[in-house]
Design a protein around this ligand. Structure first.
Ligand SMILES: [Zn+2]
Length: 274
């Protein structure tokens, strides 16, 4: 049974805050493990970890409330995360259950029972960019069109990303132009470069620069222009609550950097949707 909203609201709130503390402490212990590899003193490391386990145990003891989910199996043993630096699937699912309780819902009700597993699976896709190497995507240059040196423009590349501040989606279109020197890449490769960076926690500014950086470093073009226009749901849903506001970021390098005519040419080609 889930606690009624009016029954002991304080107790419920404290229990949830403790859950959030557990999650925070666990993630802290992962970070400590990472520092161990970089030569942190082992005794201090062990002391810190066992102190955290004690804190966790203290948090669990006064929790007879029925809405507290059972301890994940991973809490009974040394988590893989300690060995690998990355939490196990069980730990990730437990974290989702914690957030569901934090939001005020009951992770054990029928509609939410499989949600942690679904969220963790979805994360594999929407944050799949961490496992992808954008440099490798551009490695194959089509030499046969090497004689072509005028502008190459790929516009309206759709993307879906998540802002790193709120983990809320932002989405929109990316436009990329460059003047080739040593060759051009398949147009779909540029779309995949955008995708690789979009499927990470991002700021729009960083993503725009990363796209320009990787194209610049691999293709060595005479100039590159990247424009990203996006709507941020964290602005639409919370805070100022303005829907339909589009944020535009640009990066101009090489031939585009100091030549206003080149920038105008790029912007005209992007806007000229004939
Ligand atoms: Zn945000």
């Amino acid at each position: 049974m889930y606690a009624k909203p009016d029954s002991h609201p304080m107790t419920t709130r404290i229990a949830r805050a403790e859950d959030a503390m557990d999650a925070a402490l666990k993630s802290l212990s992962y970070r400590l493990t990472e520092t161990e590899e970089s030569g942190m003193e082992p005794t201090r490391q062990n002391g810190a970890l066992s102190a955290m386990r004690n804190d966790n145990a203290r948090g669990e003891a006064p929790a007879p409330a029925p809405e507290i989910a059972p301890l994940p199996a991973s809490a009974q043993r040394v988590p893989e995360a300690i060995a690998t630096g990355r939490p196990s699937r069980e730990e990730a699912e437990a974290a989702v259950r914690t957030l569901l309780r934090w939001a005020g819902d009951d992770p054990n009700r029928e509609g939410l029972r499989d949600t942690p597993a679904r969220v963790v699976k979805a994360y594999g896709q929407i944050f799949g960019g961490y496992g992808q190497d954008a440099d490798a995507l551009l490695d194959r240059v089509f030499e046969e069109v090497e004689g072509y040196s005028d502008i190459v423009l790929v516009r309206d590349i759709p993307f879906y990303s998540h802002c790193e501040h709120h983990m809320v989606p932002f989405m929109g279109l990316a436009h990329i132009a460059y003047y080739p020197t040593k060759g051009v890449v398949g147009l779909s490769k540029l779309a995949r470069v955008v995708d690789t960076f979009a499927r990470r926690l991002q700021t729009q500014e960083t993503m725009t620069a990363q796209i320009a950086d990787v194209i610049e470093s691999i293709l060595k073009p005479r100039g590159i222009a990247v424009m990203v226009e996006a709507e941020h749901l964290c602005m639409a849903m919370r805070g100022v609550q303005k829907a339909g506001v589009s944020t535009i970021t640009t990066q101009f390098r090489g031939a585009f950097r100091n030549d206003a005519n080149e920038q105008v040419r790029f912007l005209t080609l992007v806007r000229n949707k004939s």
